[in-house]
Design a protein around this ligand. Sequence first.
Ligand code: SAH
Ligand code: SF4
Length: 356
Amino acid sequence: MFQLPQRDLKKEDIIDILSIKSTEDMEALFREAYRIKEKYIGKIVYYRGLIEFSNICAKNCYYCGIRKDNPHKRYEMTDEEIQEAALFAYENRYGSIVLQSGEREDSVFIEKIIRNLNLIRQKTGGKLGITLCVGEQEEEVYQKFFEAGAHRYLLRIETSSQDFYKTLHPKDHLFERRLSCLKTLKRIGYQTGTGVMIGLPGQTLENLADDLLFFREMDIDMAGMGPYIEHEQTPLYELKNSLETKEERFQMGLKMIALLRIIMKDINIASTTALQTLDPIGREKGLLAGANILMPNITPQQYRGDYLLYQDKPCIGDTKEECKNCLSLRISGIGESIGYNEWGDSRHFYHKKIKH
Ligand code: SAH
Ligand code: SF4
């Protein structure tokens, strides 16, 4: 039966644990991670209302369904629509939101974000927590976003291996820049989150172990990781025959969450939508494996079908009210409560500050 080594996990330990296959051992691992989550965070789940405000993207990542070269319909929510969604989160006591979109660095886009950050701050008296997830930007732009009220930023490194990164992105998407953006975000004072995709074609257990060690080394405050899910209209789809099964990718996703919780006990870890895509109760399973954050989708229904980073995204036919009711039932179903009206900040971020 699985037993956690009584020492800081080394790369070999992590690879061994990622190799676990028996259901019994996996459940023991998840129980251990959940016990740690309960001890350091409590039986509480924090919400981030997810607003996917635009699928216009200037980049061409090989895995992503909204990459620039895909010919499908593009949208950008109006300021009014963004404000309405943010107010929905505020009025329903979600505590905070995530503004996510394709990546652009033009001034129209940047100004739109700053304008909306200011409006949200005014309308909610600064009470709604705001995370941004809008990709790589220049330092002064990150600084302006911070000053306008964003206090958390999610920028997934996608993989911590520079060589592997090159196989997933065109030549002009540099690993070095992504990494340097992460460092800049930390320096500015954001609670900084990163993450990787799990089960990418060509990815090894060693890569995944290195990813976890990278998170520890970077001393991140939050993580959002999820299984890679193929999308037909992307270059990476060509390699679909070399993929692990969806079930294996799902289980690997849970093992990564559990290990990260064991390694970084007080950070925020999201149970991502990609988990639910592969298993109808995937997000609940993510919470039971050590995650503590959920991101209910509050994008207006008419846009959801166009924000398809991957195929078979769940709930695209649901309204935000339906998502809210469904989620709260799912959470009470596993004996957890929702941290209503709370920002649910990363405890790690504050513990670090006290230590320094
Ligand atoms: N454009 C921004 C934010 C939106 S994309 C950025 O790239 O940072 C958010 C995340 O979606 C990406 O970081 C990536 O990890 C994930 N993603 C993209 N395509 C995916 C796929 N096919 N399967 C699973 N996750 C995917
Ligand atoms: Fe654009 Fe982000 Fe998709 Fe890359 S992952 S193509 S940056 S939306």
